[in-house]
Design a protein around this ligand. Structure first.
Ligand code: GTP
Ligand code: MG
Length: 180
């Protein structure tokens, strides 16, 4: 059995990575957050899968590319966060984040990815229509979830999915040849 699980959150600035982590830890929305949350370790007995879980934040303002690449290579699962009300942050998932992650991970050890649409409290419609084609394009993507750090919707689910992606990977049902 695995010793522990290391979850890394990446994504464009201001999509709410730090807020998601702090909301999970304090069970309330933090109105003021630092650029980067301290790495936190959740003890095994309070995680759904009973495995110590490290949650690691990323901030472009506080970290170099080299530090980011290192964190990517250490992660067991990576949450790519976008904001559902920010189209640009969704475009960057495929134009920037997925290629960067693939470049910085070992070809033989597949790192599962989770697409996280934060700020669901700000929109009526879901981003799933935009996200599904991306899911079908990359077999690395384990699942996707829409959530809100603000009203705490799907926050514990998100971290549960991340844990589960490492401990019981399923892979997508449909996995076409990559088109690039
Ligand atoms: P960087 O550290 O700069 O990369 O940003 P970040 O991705 O960590 O985002 P951060 O947590 O700092 O949040 C950015 C802004 O979005 C803050 O003003 C948050 O209060 C706000 N925010 C975060 N999550 C939510 C959410 O779920 N809903 C709403 N309405 N606002 C949110
Ligand atoms: Mg931050």
């Amino acid at each position: 059995m695995r010793k522990d699980v290391r979850i890394l959150l990446v994504g464009e600035s201001k999509v709410g990575k730090t807020s998601l982590i702090m909301s999970l830890v304090s069970e309330e929305f933090p109105h003021v957050v630092p650029y980067r949350a301290e790495e936190i370790t959740i003890p095994a007995d309070v995680t759904p899968e009973r495995v110590p879980t490290h949650i690691v934040d990323y901030s472009e303002a506080e970290q170099t590319d080299e530090q980011l690449f290192q964190e990517i290579s250490k992660a067991n699962v990576i949450c790519i966060v976008y904001a559902v009300n920010n189209k640009k942050s969704i475009e960057k998932v495929t134009s920037h984040w997925i290629p960067l992650i693939i470049e910085n991970t070992d070809k033989d050890s597949r790192v599962p990815l989770i697409l996280v649409g934060n700020k669901s409290d700000l929109v009526e419609h879901s981003s799933m229509e935009t996200i599904l084609p991306i899911m079908n394009q990359y077999s690395e993507i384990e699942t996707c979830v829409e959530c809100s750090a603000k009203n705490l919707k799907n926050i514990s689910e998100l971290f549960y999915y991340a844990q589960k992606a490492v401990l019981h990977p399923t892979g997508p049902l449909y996995c076409p040849e990559r088109k690039d």
